[in-house]
Write a protein that binds this ligand. Structure first.
Ligand SMILES: [Zn+2]
Length: 130
């Protein structure tokens, strides 16, 4: 019995989506002058500015990946509302705590691990030794 309903999960996803969007893309401010850059050489400042830009773009990428996942989950809910809370691959129930934490997941922990190349490999070799 899935305790999660399609409408509840959709509402949760929409909220998360709005929150993610409202955080907006990280502003990249090259060569900003503030407490962190006072007293550092131009070279250090350049390095710091590059680091900040890298961090910002990493964060932006994570954010757009998350949004893509949310959209995908929302589309799936609309397409197959009966499949709410069920794994896209094995159709087993996804752990409820997992869904509460990440309402955008569409795979159970096991299938997800199989998709994760590193962990999937570990699982495979563990089975091989049995
Ligand atoms: Zn599964």
């Amino acid at each position: 019995m899935a305790a999660v309903t399609a409408s509840a999960l959709t509402a949760q996803l929409r909220k998360l989506r709005e929150e993610t969007i409202s955080q907006g893309p990280q502003k990249i401010e090259p060569n900003r002058k503030d407490a962190t850059t006072i007293g550092v050489s131009d070279e250090d400042e350049q390095a710091l500015s590059e680091m900040l830009q890298t961090l910002a773009s990493q964060q932006n990428r994570k954010q757009s990946e998350l949004l893509a996942q949310i959209d995908r989950a929302l589309a799936r809910l609309e397409r197959e509302p009966d499949m709410v809370g069920l794994c896209e691959e094995c159709e087993e129930e996804i752990d409820e705590r997992r869904l509460t934490l990440r309402p955008y997941v569409t795979l159970c922990a096991e299938c997800q691990a199989a998709h994760d190349p590193k962990r999937g490999h570990t699982r495979k070799s563990l089975t091989d030794y049995k």
